[in-house]
Design a protein around this ligand. Structure first.
Ligand SMILES: Cc1ncc(C[n+]2csc(CCOP(=O)(O)OP(=O)(O)O)c2C)c(N)n1
Length: 650
């Protein structure tokens, strides 16, 4: 068991590449595994990051790098949140002090960061498809997809298995089975895997029987030869089908396992021997433990899946306990307010049901599931399924609320369009983690949703300015029966505004004028509303008096208010935490150019640039991209100046 003593210089310090690792004798690998574990604990608790999953893959990573030859052999880490040991062994140890920080090391594999990252990941279930592609492009070296049992529940992973016949030579899927997604894993595949684990494997039995026969009758005896001929039939009759890895075999992969994923020496031997089978796709089933080697993470893997910076490392006497998230903050997060409101409204409306795609804790719906177990669905990492399933529920008369992170909803674009909007089904989509999400970085930023939702007919799209408005929007969406509604809110604490007991719905398509003004109007969304109000105060000092609007309906927009502002202002500024391309500001320009033509005022769109936004702190990133009071003020003054210049020229 790991203790919290300081890392002493040891083997890890000498490993700067997989070649360095290969120079070590096999016998020293367990010691190195311990060092890596200690390093991860001390480093990740300081910077924040994914901890439990990484503690579980230390030995597996060591064995893979010891036996295979990265980057010529390609390791594809599914989701990529478990690849920290891989980063350590491929020359990135120094970078860990700035893990997930602005301009520091990414928390996920990225080919831009290292040639050892064979494929960029962050969203789950891509590894088998990507690895099959890499393998078809070049099978002269090995391609290895490492996928967790959670990621295996995703449709893309299952389609990957279904296409295993595409595999050429040298292809392996390593199934890293710890029985957990972020929360407990769900579904029939999870059950199948537990069945395999619960019963003796044919390989284990085979070894035992073969050994016994050889000992009694001799290795070359006729009895042994007969045994080799009939063994498959014996297993067929005596080992229950469901415990034979049959799912994988029937999908065309040769199944090996289950193996102890923490015995690094046997893993090295296993991979060495598997390298001899290079002409059929293999699936190697590892049993690992999430949080392995650190008792608090072993006991509460969900809590330790991802931790924030400065998480106290518990010492041997167990005296330091990590505070639960909600004990640390006095103001509730948007996620908590959403979950509490769901429970409250479900008490009044018996048809409300809640759906999550493998994120019961992350979306707050775990609480809802505890209160209303029969009205709660965790469908695994399958956002597409979650959306269409919700559509079916709505068609059948239920009031489904489907809570999915903004970034993961990208997976389900066609389902939003074809199944929800086209059929005008009243499904409520709660898009958590909308906007900048910070340390998870470019794969996880929720900055495309306003663009991908705004273009779909029949959709209502709302963005609350504070947590009280989120409550009102949830009720508004549930009462809206003619088409889907999306509410997008940030990964943040609320503003601590008063929360009246009674929830009042909003009138669809109405904005809120928060500050009267003239000449200039700032139309802001969600987190940008307080920013716009602050900018207005700064602009006052420059002699301007801008109006500020909470433009809470991105679709339908408040046409009346927009036109009236457009007629009396010479500059409209839109501010959104979304890519400028196709977002709210674009909608304003489209509308005004149609209605006013050349008479429309100048519109300045403040949003994120046409690029993927990197990892960093929310505040730092907002400042970097001008989504701050200073940024908005500067943009307005710049417009003002250029307007004056234009006037002078005329
Ligand atoms: C498309 C998508 N949906 C949801 C997530 C959030 N997510 C990140 S890791 C994870 C659990 C993965 O479980 P598993 O593959 O078993 O890995 P483990 O952490 O257990 O090692 C989930 C749901 C994601 N990254 N991508």
């Amino acid at each position: 068991m790991i203790e919290s003593r300081q890392v002493e210089p040891g083997i890890l310090e000498t490993i700067n590449s997989p070649e360095d690792l290969k120079r070590l004798p096999e016998s020293r690998l367990p010691e190195l595994a311990e060092e890596i574990r200690r390093f991860l604990l001390q480093s990740v608790t300081k910077t924040g990051g994914h901890l439990a999953s990484n503690l579980g893959t230390v030995e597996l990573t060591l064995a893979l790098h010891y036996v295979f030859d990265s980057p010529r052999d390609r390791l594809v880490w599914d989701t990529g949140h478990q690849a920290y040991a891989h980063k350590l062994l491929t020359g990135r140890r120094e970078g860990f002090s700035r893990l997930r920080q602005l301009d520091g090391l990414s928390g996920f594999p990225s080919p831009k960061e290292s040639a050892h990252d064979a494929f960029g990941t962050g969203h789950a279930s891509t590894s088998i498809a990507a690895a099959l592609g890499l393998n078809n492009a070049d099978d002269s070296h090995w391609t290895i997809a490492v996928i967790g049992d959670g990621a295996l529940t995703g449709g893309l992973a299952l389609t990957g298995l279904n296409n295993s016949s595409l595999a050429r030579k040298r292809f392996i899927v390593v199934l890293n089975d710890n029985g957990m997604s972020i929360d407990a894993n769900v579904g029939t595949i999870a059950r199948h895997l537990s069945n395999i684990k619960a019963r003796p494997s044919p390989r284990w039995l085979n070894r035992a029987l073969r050994g016994a026969i050889s000992r009694v009758f001799g290795g070359e005896s006729w009895f042994r030869r007969i045994y080799e001929k009939v063994k498959d039939s014996i297993f067929y009759f005596f080992i229950p089908r469901r415990s034979r890895g049959v799912l994988f075999e029937e999908m065309g992969l040769s199944y090996f396992g289950p193996y102890d994923g923490h015995n690094v020496i046997s893993l090295v031997r296993l991979f060495k021997s598997l390298k001899r089978i290079d002409d059929e796709p293999l699936l190697v089933h590892m049993i690992t433990q999430k949080g392995h080697g650190y008792a608090p993470a072993e006991d509460s893997p969900t809590q330790w899946h991802g931790i924030s910076a400065g998480t106290p490392l518990r010492v041997e006497d167990d005296s330091i306990v990590v505070p639960a998230d909600n004990e640390r903050r006095s103001v509730k997060s948007y996620t908590e307010v959403f979950a509490d409101t769901m429970i409250e409204l479900a008490g009044k409306y018996p048809d409300i049901v809640a759906i999550t795609a493998a994120m019961p804790s992350g979306t707050g719906l775990k609480k809802f599931g505890e209160v209303y177990p029969d009205r709660f669905y965790d469908v695994g990492i399958s956002e597409e399924f979650a959306v269409t399933f919700a559509c079916g529920l709505a068609h059948g008369g239920k009031r489904p609320v489907c809570a999915i992170y903004s970034t993961f909803m990208q997976r389900a674009f066609d389902q939003l369009l074809h199944d929800a909007a086209l059929q005008e089904l009243p499904v409520v989509f709660a898009l958590d983690r909308g906007g900048i999400v910070g340390a998870d970085g470019e794969t996880h930023q929720g900055v495309f949703d306003l663009s991908y939702l705004r273009m779909i007919p029949n959709f209502t799209v709302m963005v609350p300015k504070d947590e009280e408005e989120l409550r009102r929007m949830l009720l508004t969406a549930l009462e809206h029966r003619s088409g889907p509604c999306a509410i997008r809110y940030p990964r943040e604490s609320g503003l601590g505004v008063p929360m009246p007991k009674e929830i009042r719905p909003l009138e669809i398509g109405t904005w809120e004028l928060l500050r009267e003004g003239e000449q200039v109007a700032v139309l802001a969304l969600g987190t940008m509303v307080p920013v716009a109000l602050e900018a207005a105060k700064l602009l006052e000092k420059s002699g301007l008096n801008p109006a500020v609007v909470n433009a809470r309906f991105v679709r339908p927009m408040d046409a009346g208010m927009l036109l009236s502002l457009a007629k009396r202002c010479r500059l409209l500024v839109t501010v959104e935490e979304n890519v400028a391309c196709g977002g709210f500001g674009s909608g304003v320009v489209e509308y005004l150019s149609q209605k006013m033509g050349d008479a429309m005022p100048r519109v300045r769109i403040i949003g994120l640039p046409d690029k993927f936004v990197e990892h960093g702190g929310n505040r730092e990133l907002r400042e970097r991209y001008g989504l701050s009071a200073i940024g908005v003020t500067a943009a307005v003054l710049c417009e003002q100046e250029s307007a004056e210049q234009r006037l002078k020229i005329v």
